[in-house]
Design a protein around this ligand. Structure first.
Ligand code: PXL
Length: 277
């Protein structure tokens, strides 16, 4: 199966997140990957100060219009960090215009973590993101984003009932399915809860340390790569979770590498997992 995906998110030139992880990871999965950069930053905003930010909103529609005229179409879209409400609206237009019939839409509402919005975002942005979620086939939030999108108070301690309620509320926004990351029910473990509008499926794995920046992007990228290689949502969610766990295992002892994960070192296992039928 040969598939082509378009990923729309920023380039943080240094810091191992967004496009600098999505492009290599999805490509390593054997999937053709086109990029539409939403902004260019010197670093990501998680832990650095004084970063530069150049908005690329003005480029987005001319680029997508060129693709339309040139009859370049995508089998899937994967959206991540977006810089403004205007961009959220543009992304909806691009997904309506540049896809093949039935193109898959994966939305990572990358805007918050650990109970707080990333710098520069506000509740108006969260409301606009709810609209984008309405058009998703798969929504990939972390727990903080899931709470914000459903107007639920965030808490570190959650039970299965609350998580299932969150997933149902997210589907009420319009997404067909949810892959909720960072769902842990006992000390030392975390996991992923899947909901396809009918059934729940939970995959639990070890939790090594508190979160690392960029792991949401690594997770979403591996998930998209595995899905486009024909894996079921449940298999793709498990493959992506194992990948991120290995990324963290290969990073956490190196205290100088606090800004992201050494995902490069886990690519061989990801490739091997996708080669096994
Ligand atoms: O990893 C998500 C992300 C993407 N892009 C930028 C970010 C972050 C998280 O902090 O700052 C610019």
């Amino acid at each position: 199966m040969y598939r082509r995906v378009l990923t729309i998110q920023d380039i943080s030139c240094f810091g191992q997140c967004s496009l600098t992880v999505a492009l290599p990871i999805i490509s390593a999965c054997g999937v053709e990957t086109a990029v539409l950069p939403s902004a260019i930053l010197s670093t990501h905003t998680g832990g650095f100060t004084g970063w530069t930010f150049q908005d690329l909103t003005k480029e987005m529609l001319p680029i997508s219009e060129h693709w339309r005229v040139a009859d370049i179409r995508f089998d899937a879209f994967y959206t991540g960090y977006l810089g403004s409400i205007e961009q959220i609206n543009m992304v909806q237009h691009i997904m309506d215009t540049n896809g093949v019939d039935g193109a898959i839409r994966v939305v990572d509402p990358a805007m918050a973590d650990n109970g707080a919005l990333y710098p520069g975002f506000n509740m108006e942005f969260v409301d606009a993101m709810k609209d984008l979620c309405a058009h998703a086939d798969v929504l990939l939030p972390n727990m903080t984003e899931a709470c914000m999108l459903t107007d639920t108070e965030y808490s570190e301690n959650i039970d299965r009932e609350t998580v299932e309620m969150l997933c149902k509320k997210l589907c009420e926004l319009g997404t067909k399915s949810v892959v909720l990351t960072g769902v842990g029910f006992r000390a030392g473990y975390t996991g992923v809860m899947l909901y396809d509008g009918k059934d729940f499926n939970y995959y639990e794995h070890k939790k090594i340390t508190k979160g690392f920046n960029g792991t949401g992007d690594c997770y979403a990228s591996a998930f998209v790569g595995a899905m486009l290689r024909g894996r079921s949502m449940v298999d793709a969610a498990r493959i992506a979770a194992d990948f991120v766990l290995e990324c963290i295992e290969k990073t956490y002892e190196d205290k100088s590498h606090w800004y992201g994960v050494k995902f490069e070192l886990a690519l061989p296992s990801l490739i091997k997992n996708l080669a096994d039928e």
